[in-house]
Design a protein around this ligand. Sequence first.
Ligand code: AMP
Ligand code: ZN
Length: 475
Amino acid sequence: MGLKLFNTLSRSIQEFAPLAPPKVGMYCCGPTVYDFAHIGNWRTFVFGDLVRRTLEFKGYAVTHVMNITDVEDKIIKHVRETKTSLREFTGKYEAAFLEDLKTLNCRLPHHTPRATEYISEIISLIEKLVQRGIAYKAADGSVYFSIEKYRGCGCTYGQLLKLNFDEMKAGERVKSDEYAKESVADFALWKARGPEDGDVFWPSPWGEGRPGWHIECSAMSTKILGPSFDLHLGGEDLIFPHHEDEIAQSEGATGKPFVKHWLHGAHLLVEGKKMSKSLGNFFTLRDLLAKGFIGREIRYLLLTAHYRETFNFTLEGLQGARAALARIDECLGKLREIGSLGVPPSGGSPVTPPEGGTPNLMAAFSAALDDDLNISAWGAVFEWVRETNRRLAENSLGATDAAFALAAWDKVDSVLGIGTKSGAEIPAEILALAEARTAAKKVKDFKRADAIRDELKAKGWVIEDTPKGPKLKKN
Ligand code: AMP
Ligand code: ZN
C-alpha cells in the first residue's frame, strides 16, 4: 500500500504521487518573525516535520523549503513601535525560531529563504503578471492582482475553497495582507511606500515600496522548487487568502499547475479556547520549557492528535506525555540491557523480527502512516511496548530478539523523532546534585547523601541506585 494523504485541492484522500519520484519538492509556509512562535504555530511546524520524516522513511528524497517571512504588515508595525531596524528586529526572532526547531527535534529544512533576500525575484514575478495583464498599478502606486483578469484567462480563483463571486464588488481592492473570505478582492502584490513604512522599502519599476506577503511565498517556492512542485503545507488558516493567492500568482505567471498536493493542519486550542494573551492561555515553546517541560514531551503531545483534527492542548496533557514517554523509555532501557549482549542485525532489513520476536512494529506503524498519517501509529507503538514488556517479564525475549526490536524502534523513531531519554535532557543543576550525592556516599556521609536525595525529589527527580551506578528518573 502506498502513502495516502488528504489533498485540500481535491478535498479527498489521494495516493501521494510526486512529479518525479523519488524526488519530492516540499514547501512549508514558515514563521512570520515578529515574536516567539507559540504552541499553535509549533503544532503546524511539527506536523510539517512529521510529513518530511514520513516521506524520508518511505524512501523519498525530499527537498524541504521553509521560508522566513521577514517583511509584512505586522513586522513593519513592530519595527516602527520598537524603533529598531528591520534586520535587527527580525534577526532575534528568526534565531529563536531555528533554536526552537532544534528543541523540538525537527529536521532542519534544506532551504530557509528570507523574503528580504528575494526582492528581485518578487519584482520579476510581479513584472510577469503585469506583462500578462493580470496585475495593474493603481493610483496610489501599489500593484494589485486582478481577479477579474485572471478569471478572464480561464483560470480558477477559488481552487482550495469555493468562493461566491456574486457577492464580490467589482473594482474593490485590499491592501492589507490579511483579509477574510467575505472580502475577496484584488490584493496587493507591491505596496507603495507610505510614511508608516519608515525606512523599510526597496526600489522597483513602480516606485519605492515593499512586497505583499502572498507574493513572497510564490517567488521563493518557485525559485527554489520550480514552477510546479509536489507538496505545499501550512496551517488551515492559510487556505484563504494566502494559499489561494499563491496559486493565482504562480499559475498566473507561469501558466503551469503550481502544486500537486496541498496539506493543511488543523488549529490548536488551549484549554478549549483560542489562544490569547488576555485569557492567560498563550504559551510560547519557551514558556513551556520554563515550566520544566522538555522538547520531546511537547513534541510527543503535539503528535498524538491527527493533524486534521482540532487539538486541545492542556498542561495535564503534557504530564500525560511525560508518563507515556517514561513507559517507552523503560521498555527501551530493558531492551538495551538485553540487546547489548545479542547480535545486532547487520546488512539485511531489521524490519522483520526473527521467529519468536516482538510483534511486527514496523508493518503496523508503516500501514498506519500510509492511511493519511493515522494516529493509530501510536497504537502500534504501545501495543509493541505492552507485548515486549510481557515477554520481558516472562524472560522469553532473547538477546537477538531485543537487538532486532531496537533496530525496528530506531526506524520508527526516525519518523516520530521523540528520541530517547538522554543525559543531555537532565538539567545541569540536577546532574551536579547527583554527582554531589555520589561523592557524599563515597566518603560515607550518608546524612548528606540522603539530604541531597530529598532535594532532588523536591525538584521532581528520583535517584535509583543500580548495579551500573545511580540512575536519574523524572518524578
Ligand atoms: P505565522 O507565524 O503567524 O505566519 O504562522 C505560522 C504557522 O502557524 C502557519 O502555518 C499558521 O497556519 C500556523 N498557526 C497559527 N496559529 C495556529 C494555531 N492556533 N494552531 C495551529 N497552527 C497555527
Ligand atoms: Zn506562505
